[in-house]
Design a protein around this ligand. Sequence first.
Ligand SMILES: CC(C)(COP(=O)(O)OP(=O)(O)OC[C@H]1O[C@@H](n2cnc3c(N)ncnc32)[C@H](O)[C@@H]1OP(=O)(O)O)[C@@H](O)C(=O)NCCC(=O)NCCS
Length: 341
Amino acid sequence: MSSKFKNPRARFNFQGRTCSITGIGSYVPAKILANADLEKMVDTSDEWIVTRTGIKERRISAKDEFTSDMAAKAAHRAMKMAGVTASQIDLVIVATITPDMPFPATACVVQQKIGAKRAAAFDLEAACSGFIYGLEIGQQFIMSRTYDTVLVIGAEKLSSITDWQDRNTCVLFGDGSGAAILQNRENSHGLLTAVMGADGDKADLLFMPAGGSRCPATRESVDARLHFLRMSGKETFKNAVQAMCSAAQEALRRCELDITRIKCVIPHQANRRIIDAVGERLGATPEQMFVNLEKYGNTSAASVAIALDEAVAAGRIQRGDLILLVVFGAGLTWGAAIIEW
Ligand SMILES: CC(C)(COP(=O)(O)OP(=O)(O)OC[C@H]1O[C@@H](n2cnc3c(N)ncnc32)[C@H](O)[C@@H]1OP(=O)(O)O)[C@@H](O)C(=O)NCCC(=O)NCCS
């Protein structure tokens, strides 16, 4: 292995295996909801949405298409790229805030749908930060030689918890999924480091009030529209920029890397203005930043996974390139990961 940067995992003579993404895949539903369609639903305009968010359209899954269906489709694509069969998968992790049902875990439904009979399966709830949380957790199993092949998926049907009467939120979100196969790859550093953080003091900035043990479903909770997500936009925005910058800087510091060494920055796709502010503060050039939110809006846990898949497909990332993933979400949660592709 080359030594053009520091691998923090190698401290203390650590003998664990490295963990690479050997396959990546994504899926978005066919149905497009454009800003012009939203103009007919709430008091908004294409101009307002584009200037304030950068989003032009988002995908909406069919009534009978669930988070697990989208997750399984992305998984199949990642498995194909990695050349992995279902029977090789040891663990399925699904990061989502829109599981098919509160229980069982959507990961179990996906395990069944892709036929990964040997695999353990669980869900992970870190909102929009879920994919990086999932990579870090999956990597622990590879590094420790507990498992050889881990499937990490970020999948969301956010349209099912969006209040289509609330213009403050309904213009922002969309549905989709992304998946990665994690394995040891000889002579590759793979996932160099992952920063994860949380701040429960700010849990009420972005949340869904009802449907859990605090407020089970009642006629009143439904009438009060408590089963939809709620957000304090301005506060969330400020926290997002701050947390994403410090997470990214911490990841770079750990690897003793300068931002100029990063080939592609893949930020959580929530708002174009957040992405631009983060890029500017990190000193990244616009060419380094990968943006696809104009097509999909914010797909929460699926967001960076879809973006990573599209960046790879577009030839923006080649084997050996360093990439920086940086995310932020409800919780609050945040994260950043540096990967040698
Ligand atoms: C939601 C967000 C786009 C709003 O942008 P903003 O510049 O902060 O806008 P403001 O909150 O100042 O609202 C400005 C006005 O636009 C209005 N407005 C809100 N949504 C609107 C919409 N879809 N169409 C038209 N007007 C809208 C507001 O009601 C407000 O009107 P008022 O001044 O009369 O009260 C922005 O705060 C944001 O992106 N926040 C972070 C969201 C996010 O990323 N969440 C997920 C994190 S993982």
